[in-house]
Ligand binder design. Structure first.
Ligand code: 1PR
Length: 535
């Protein structure tokens, strides 16, 4: 019935709002883009998915006259939904590279999360909300989790009490949503919060429909541990893009033909994992280090199609670096990343290029601002930049034998070695570099990485469990979230990594592709062990 309903979208061009567009279309609405302040004033229903940095957004809104139009629209109690920065901008000011003045509609200052008390920043992942007042669009969400990704937040106070409709606890209670009349804004991302998020958007888009209220007693909730499905993607020998999976990074069948192992089609599998309850899906373009990804149109196509139906965060990695093509045309890593974002990625992940950047930084002690990592995180925010580490274990007898941080192994090496350091590699594990996983993790955190995807070549595809020594080492060394990867073979491996390390998420590939352990049973097992997950 809503076939020709239209929602107005305020996209001031500072980043990727493709997923919001996809979600709106999925719910049967057409989109009218705001071009002028009048378009705001004339909207029947306005969605404002703020992206990028606070100061930049305010700058654009002020210069284009949209700030004033927004204030008028909201003062007139017109239907409005702000998302993420679209909530923060309603406040008086933000400390993000500031203070910077906001729209000033809601009393309060947006400040940075405090990571000193053990809470990792950015706050990335799934939390349940505490509803504090009738919020209409959130009425039936109960204990279900929604997806957050941010480093700044507004706090509830006596001054903004009339606005706050829900809070969330992450170190302290911050504002998760506000509501006054027809004006709504949420700090989380409904367009990335699976079915729960879609139902929130649906309520905003179809306010006349009657929904049954289901009051639920909300249990105390912590940031849920994430379960991530990873798809290693590459062209097979006939040029089709396939999901493949290596054994210690070797993706070829050991047959006479030596073909690339083929475990399915990327778009189909990603859609399946979304339905199965994956909290995130990652694509790694594993030959990106030698094949230029912008020449690799199928990969961008995979992202476009996937993001139309998958409403949880999508990460894509492989080949993010500067590149000059055969015609001498130069592409910056930022252009490569931008193309991935435009095609539907929420985060990009950098492998090899981050290793070179970290080596350089450790050598000179200078942040040049020129590395792909620094450039992309400056433009898109560090929450959008994952660094993928591909380390290999190097055994030694004493931590003093090596110049890199070594750990005492929980299981001695093949020759009884009691220690190992974890050597970073580039080019899909083909080349070892003079830097350890510990040193790399700390360096890339300083350079602006928002998250670390921590693989382990020794464990990849072995199904014997995650490398607990490595994951503990790295997750204790940094205050950004760490995704444990490589080696999952059973649901118990997930609970082990969450109980023994500070990993925020665990990723698996082979067991999901081969349908050995469904995502659902991983989650059920974690719940049984008392570990909070999104169900
Ligand atoms: O260096 O920026 O172009 O990025 C290349 C990216 O491709 C890196 O993220 C790197 O990890 C990845 N990559 C390169 N070669 C391979 C390979 O397998 N030959 N895949 C590869 C890495 C590891 C994980 C895997 C887990 C879980 N794959 O992604 O999914 O180990 O597997 P499991 O659960 O089956 O054990 P750049």
């Amino acid at each position: 019935s809503a076939g020709n309903s239209v929602v107005t979208l305020l996209d001031y061009g500072a980043g990727n709002v493709r997923s919001v567009r996809n979600a709106i279309r999925h719910l049967g609405f057409d989109i009218k883009d705001v071009q002028t302040p009048e378009d705001i004033l004339n909207a029947d229903r306005l969605i404002f998915p703020g992206v990028g940095a606070f100061a930049l957004a305010m700058d654009v809104l002020n210069k284009t006259g949209m700030a004033e139009a927004l204030c008028t629209y909201i003062d007139n109690d017109r239907p409005f939904l702000g998302i993420c920065l679209g909530l923060q901008l309603l406040f008086e000011s933000s400390e993000e590279n500031g203070p910077v003045n906001g729209l000033g509609l809601i009393p309060g200052v947006v400040g940075r999360f405090d990571s000193s008390n053990g809470f990792r920043v950015p706050h990335i992942g799934w939390n349940a909300l505490q509803i504090v007042k009738d919020s209409e669009i959130l009425d039936d969400i109960g204990n279900r989790h929604v997806y957050f990704v941010h480093s700044y937040r507004a706090m509830p106070s006596d001054d903004n009490k009339e606005w706050v409709s829900s809070v969330c606890n992450y170190g302290d209670n911050f504002i998760a949503s506000v509501r006054r009349g027809n004006v709504h804004a949420v700090q989380f991302h409904p367009e990335k919060s699976g079915d729960t998020g879609l139902s929130i958007l649906r309520r905003f888009l179809y306010p006349k429909s009657s929904f049954t209220k289901k009051p639920v007693e909300v249990k105390a909730s912590k940031l849920a541990k994430r379960v991530i499905a990873c798809l290693d993607v590459r062209a097979n020998d006939t040029g089709d893009l396939v999901v493949t999976k290596g054994d210690q990074y070797d993706v070829r069948e050991h047959t006479k033909e030596n073909e690339v192992r083929n475990l399915g089609k990327p778009v189909e599998l990603a859609g399946q994992y979304y339905k199965d309850g994956a909290d995130e899906v990652s694509f790694l373009n594993i030959t990106g280090f030698r094949d230029f990804p912008l020449g690799d149109l199928p990969m961008l196509q995979v992202l476009r199609y996937t993001s139309e139906n998958v409403f949880v965060p999508l990460t894509v990695g492989g080949g993010i670096r500067d590149f000059t093509d055969a015609n001498g045309r130069h592409y910056s890593s930022l252009e490569v990343a931008s193309e991935y974002f435009r095609s539907g990625a929420d985060k990009i992940s950098i492998g090899s290029d981050a290793v070179y950047a970290a080596e350089e930084y450790l050598k000179t002690g200078v942040k040049t601002g020129k590395s792909s990592l620094e450039q992309i995180s400056r433009v898109y925010g560090n929450q959008a930049v994952v660094v993928s580490i591909d380390p290999r274990r190097v055994y030694c007898n004493s931590p003093n034998d090596v110049e890199f941080k070594a750990v005492r192994l929980s299981k001695p090496g093949p020759n009884g070695e009691e220690y190992a350091w974890y050597q970073c590699t580039v080019n899909g594990g083909r080349e070892g570099r003079p830097i350890g996983a510990y040193e790399l993790a700390k360096a890339v955190e300083e350079l602006g990485a928002g998250e670390i995807m921590l693989n382990c070549i020794d464990c990849d595809g072995q199904g014997k469990g995650f490398d607990i020594d490595l994951i503990k080492l790295v997750s204790d060394a940094v205050s950004i979230p760490v995704i444990a990867s490589s080696g999952a073979g059973a649901a118990e491996h997930f609970s082990e990594v969450f109980m023994k390390t500070n990993a925020s998420a665990a990723l698996a590939a082979g067991i999901f592709h081969r349908k050995e352990v469904p995502i659902q049973s991983v989650k059920e097992h974690l719940l049984k062990e008392g570990i909070e997950v999104r169900t």
